[in-house]
Design a protein around this ligand. Structure first.
Ligand code: ZN
Length: 283
C-alpha cells in the first residue's frame, strides 16, 4: 500500500511538472509568434508648420543606393582606379558611418529613410512585409510637394506605396544596376519639369555578386563595384549635360558591406562600415 501511494504521488508530480512546463513553453511560443514591437510608432510625426518656413535646398533629391558595396574595398580600389577616385571626390564624402544591426539590406534602408533603428521602425529582417512604424523623410518630402519615384528597389516600393507616384520594378539579375539607373534617369526627366522630385534608385549588382562569389578580395566582386561606379558616373554626366545636376541634391550611399567569404548581417566592422557622398552644385 505504501509503495502504491508513493508511485501515485510520483506520477502526480510528473504529470504536474509536464503540464506546467508544457503550458509555459506554449505560452512562450505564442508570445514569440505573435510578437509585435511595443515601441514601433512611439515617435511622433514632425509638424513642420510648428517649426517655420523652409526653402528646399534643391528641386530634386536623388538617392543612389549601391547595395552591399564594402567601404574598405571602395577606398582600396580608389588607389588604382581613376573612376572610383572620381566618384569619391565628387562631393562631400563621409566614409565612417556605422550601419544598424542586423546589417541586412531592408532594415538598413528603413533606418536610412527614417533615421531610426530597427527597434523603433520595426523592420528587423529582409523578410519584413509590413509598413514602417515611424515617420520617414519620404512622407515629409511628399507632404512638402515632392513627387516620390523609385526604380530597382522592391522594399522602397513596399514601404512607401501610399506616397509613390511611379516605381520601375527591376528583377535582380545581370544588368540590374544598368537598367535601374536608366529607368531612374527616365523618371527624373519626365517628372522634374513639372514637379520637385524625390527619386530612390537601387543598384543591387555588388550585393548579388558578393553573395555568389564570396565578397571582398574576389575579382568579380571588386570588378562589379568598379562597373556600377562607372554607370553611376555616366548618370551624373548625363544629369550635368541636360542641366538637371544643378537642380539636384545627389546622395550616393551603401547599406552594408561584406566580410570575406561573402556574408553580412552581423557585427563585423567591415560589414557595418557605411559611406555616403553628398553632391550639390552651387547655384
Ligand atoms: Zn544590401
Amino acid at each position: 500500500m505504501k509503495a502504491y501511494t508513493y508511485i501515485v504521488a510520483v506520477l502526480v508530480v510528473v504529470a504536474l511538472i509536464s503540464y506546467t512546463s508544457g503550458y509555459t513553453a506554449l505560452n512562450a511560443y505564442k508570445s514569440w509568434v505573435n510578437y509585435s514591437n511595443p515601441y514601433a510608432g512611439a515617435l511622433e510625426r514632425v509638424r513642420y508648420g510648428d517649426v517655420g518656413v523652409f526653402q528646399p535646398l534643391a528641386d530634386n533629391l536623388v538617392f543612389i543606393l549601391l547595395d552591399g558595396v564594402t567601404v574598405d574595398v571602395l577606398l582600396d580600389l580608389r588607389k588604382s582606379n581613376s573612376d572610383v577616385d572620381r566618384l569619391l571626390s565628387m562631393g562631400a564624402l563621409y566614409a565612417n558611418g556605422l550601419s544598424i544591426t542586423p546589417s541586412y539590406s531592408v532594415p538598413a534602408r528603413a533606418s536610412i529613410l527614417t533615421g531610426a533603428p530597427p527597434e523603433i521602425h520595426g523592420v528587423s529582417s529582409n523578410e519584413y512585409k509590413g509598413s514602417l512604424g515611424v515617420d520617414s523623410i519620404v512622407r515629409v518630402a511628399w507632404e512638402r510637394g515632392y513627387t516620390i519615384l523609385c526604380s530597382g528597389d522592391g522594399s522602397f516600393k513596399r514601404f512607401f506605396r501610399d506616397y509613390i507616384r511611379e516605381c520601375v520594378d527591376v528583377e535582380e539579375g545581370a544588368g540590374h544596376g544598368a537598367i535601374s539607373l536608366a529607368a531612374g534617369l527616365d523618371l527624373l526627366r519626365r517628372y522634374s519639369n513639372t514637379s520637385k522630385v524625390l527619386l530612390w534608385i537601387g543598384v543591387a549588382d555588388a550585393d548579388m555578386i558578393g553573395h555568389r562569389v564570396g565578397g571582398p578580395a574576389e575579382v568579380e566582386y571588386n570588378a562589379t563595384i568598379i562597373n556600377i561606379i562607372r554607370l553611376t558616373l555616366e548618370l551624373v554626366e548625363t544629369l550635368k549635360r541636360e542641366g538637371l545636376l544643378n537642380k539636384t541634391l545627389l546622395v550616393i550611399l551603401n547599406d552594408h558591406g561584406f566580410k570575406r567569404g561573402g556574408h553580412h548581417g552581423g557585427l563585423e566592422p567591415e560589414v557595418r562600415r557605411v559611406f555616403h557622398i553628398i553632391h550639390r552644385t552651387s547655384r
